[in-house]
Design a binder for this molecule. Structure first.
Ligand code: SF4
Ligand code: SF4
Ligand code: SF4
Ligand code: FES
Length: 366
């Protein structure tokens, strides 16, 4: 098996592994942003650069194959300086003001004050406490205090009930594109090409809703607050919610989920990255269909019919048929609203039908 030197330690590796894979299997941390498990490496963000002896430039660990006898330094001064510069550029390119929140407004620049006036920005970033970019900014001691951040020209898409796409916090990592196109194979985010500077208005991973299944895989892949769940906005940040593992109740696949619970309420659902069978994937129902849990119409107890009403079935006992039933009928069966009603659109259509065909008794009844 070939070997290489990793921070002056000799380690072995298998042919075809990247420097990042070799580092991870030897517990050496290299930061990543654009790298997405199960997708081909793009080398887009460059935050994973490492120093390789003999190379005249820093190389992206996620996209560079390990080679025999390489001497690699993953945390040298030159590497840290490069990563800091990359982080500064990313933070300055958009509305990343989370780390200013505990500083006096008198120290904010004009653009930073203006950020708070933008839609979905009147409170702290929804990714605060759970943002890969923020973690790295803290680790590498990068600050945006007082600098002018770019806040104009970013698209904002909040047209769907599930996801807000706020590209003022997009770092162009491309993970959402890969999550959609390579992991879920929905091909709903057309891949951009070329540098942003080559496009008059920049390129952004905008969604083609003809193909989008609203699975939210892009949301789960985003390492910043650029994509966030509309329903969960403002309900919790970082580790405020407790994560409870469960199995999706919707179908027989048995996808593994994390329920994010705060004050006894489920406020968000994400997929368990390492959990079989879904390995980090969810469909639209599993990810967003959790409102029913707290619906006042939800059945929380078995019911038994008693004439025209229903009573709670308390359990086996001496009652009729070996059952003990509550007979005060305090639990009338909740009815779906509109179950025996027609929606306004159908009512209109049927009235039109009845006027057109007045002799049709069946439809005149409505
Ligand atoms: S996306 Fe991350 S770095 Fe940017 S404002 Fe939100 S929490 Fe901060
Ligand atoms: S919600 Fe799913 S289908 Fe739609 S863009 Fe995101 S990953 Fe693609
Ligand atoms: S929206 Fe998020 S995942 Fe997509 S490119 Fe921007 S930062 Fe990356
Ligand atoms: S994580 Fe390697 S280039 Fe982005």
């Amino acid at each position: 098996m070939p070997t290489l030197s990793l921070n002056d330690r000799t380690v072995s590796f298998e042919s075809g592994q990247t420097i990042l894979e070799v580092a991870r299997q030897n517990d050496v941390a290299i930061p990543t942003l654009c790298h997405l498990k199960d997708a081909r490496p793009t080398g887009g963000c460059r935050i994973c650069v490492v120093e390789v002896e003999g190379s005249d430039q820093l190389l992206p660990a996620c996209a560079t194959p390990a080679g025999a006898d390489m001497r690699i330094f993953t945390d040298s001064q030159i590497v840290r300086t490069a990563r800091r510069a990359i982080l500064e550029m990313m933070l300055a390119s958009g509305a990343h003001n989370c780390l200013l929140m505990d500083q006096p407004e008198s120290s904010w620049s004009e653009s930073q004050l203006a950020i708070m006036q933008q839609p979905w920005h009147d409170t702290i970033c929804p990714a605060h406490g759970d943002c890969r970019l923020q973690d790295l900014a803290i680790e590498y001691e990068v600050s945006v205090a007082g600098i002018d951040q770019k806040i104009d020209g970013h698209p904002l898409d909040d047209a769907t009930p599930m996801i807000v796409r706020d590209y003022s916090r997009c770092i162009g990592c491309g993970r959402c594109i890969q999550a959609c196109n390579e992991v879920q194979v929905n091909a709903a985010i057309p891949s951009p090409y070329g540098r942003r500077e080559d496009h008059p208005n920049g390129w952004y991973p905008l969604v083609d809703y003809e193909n989008c299944t609203h699975c939210g895989q892009c949301l789960q892949a985003c390492p910043t607050g650029a994509l966030f769940e509309k329903k969960a906005f403002g309900l919790a940040t970082g580790s405020e919610a407790e994560k409870v593992r469960t199995t999706c109740p919707y179908c027989g696949v048995g996808c593994q989920q994390w329920l994010h619970v705060k004050d006894g309420r489920v406020i968000k659902v994400t997929a368990v990255e390492e959990g079989a069978p879904n390995l980090g994937r969810l469909c639209v129902k599993g990810r967003f269909g959790y409102d029913f849990i707290h619906s006042p119409e939800r059945l929380t107890h078995p019911l038994i019919r008693e004439g025209e009403t229903f009573a709670k079935l308390l359990g086996r006992g001496p009652g009729p048929g070996g059952r003990e039933v509550q007979t005060d009928q305090t639990a009338p069966r909740p009815r779906r609203p509109g179950r025996h009603q027609l929606c306004p659109q159908h009512q209109r259509r049927l009235l039109q039908y009845a006027e057109t065909f007045p002799g049709n008794h069946r439809h005149q009844q409505h």
